[in-house]
Design a protein around this ligand. Sequence first.
Ligand code: NAD
Ligand code: IPM
Ligand code: MN
Length: 353
Amino acid sequence: MKTLKIATIPGDGIGTEVVPAAIEVLKTVSEIHGGLSFAFTDFPYSCEYYLEHGVMMPDEGLEKLKDFDSIFLGAVGNVKLVPDHISLWGLLIKIRREFEQVINIRPAKVIPGVRSPLVHPKDFDLIVVRENSEGEYSEVGGRIYQGEDELAIQNSIFSRKGSERAMRYAFELASKRKKHVTSATKSNGIVHSMPFWDEVFKEVAKDYPAISTDSQHIDALAAFFVTHPERFDVIVASNLFGDVLTDIGAAIMGSVGIAPAANINVNGKYPSMFEPVHGSAPDIIGKGIANPIGQIWTAKMMLDHFDETELGTLLLDVVESVSNDGILTPDIGGKHSTKEVTDEIINRLKQRA
Ligand code: NAD
Ligand code: IPM
Ligand code: MN
């Protein structure tokens, strides 16, 4: 019996609603499989934890999390309790950085039965590889002067190693898919980091002659995500460009509530972390209507990560059969609750056993 040790961090808001739902689904998956089980350990790190302890996660938190096979996280953030930059840098971004989860993979594709807001949605299937450790998300900078002369300076950090790593990951992924990589740039406006990014991209591309490439300015690229998403295969983007692009990717699928993501530790030293694209959704907390598909599809990415691809494929297949039958939460035009959608996925998984 293979047992995977999973640390669960539901976090804030609807994270506490969709993580338990996805855990139930994963338990059903393990019952079906027979040879696979999960040992879940729950960690209460969240904004409420901060109010009680003055930190988002205790000093020994990372030490504890380090020994798990992976981390399964919901969402972090509750501005009524803690400012976002404190809660996010104290937990989510801290784990991404300390555990060297340098790549964030975020797929977007058409899901049957889920209506895209696009008037003529085409059959798109793309993956954004988001650089996850540096770029525009930097602590370098500060605030100087006061009054009308006040300044905030925010420096971006683009290392050759970090950029190249994300790009190579994108090329490797594309070699197993439609063999095209698009680089998200802004070298027409951002004069240091983006020409450098373009240069590194050209160099890396030379090592992958079988993969075609193009480079598009992020503003035009964002527009093409809406007008022609079917043109894309793999897109490699800096941290912030990837963040924005992937909410657009989620939106054209139908809702940010269905988009999955994986923060990958590529050197094998630390666990990877699986967390959907969406946040804590303060506007729908406690209503029982959070879409669980983003978190459940994220669980599928975790199964794939552990080479349980057959189970991963089965899980997404079952999710798609449920959505195709119109069993949907309100964000994608349905009337069903988180629990109803989750229960239906569990029932159908059992039928497929
Ligand atoms: P959000 O993704 O939480 O919400 C945006 C909109 O999408 C809201 O209308 C929300 O109701 C809806 N939505 C999101 N997930 C949904 C789901 N599963 N089902 C149905 N509807 C869903 O983004 P936001 O409002 O910018 O951020 C809210 C908080 O979450 C902030 O504190 C932010 O910093 C945090 N956040 C955390 C993460 C993370 O932990 N990974 C990601 C994004 C935002
Ligand atoms: C995401 C989120 C985070 C990010 C925030 C909450 C810091 O938007 O995971 O997409 O920007 O990385
Ligand atoms: Mn985001």
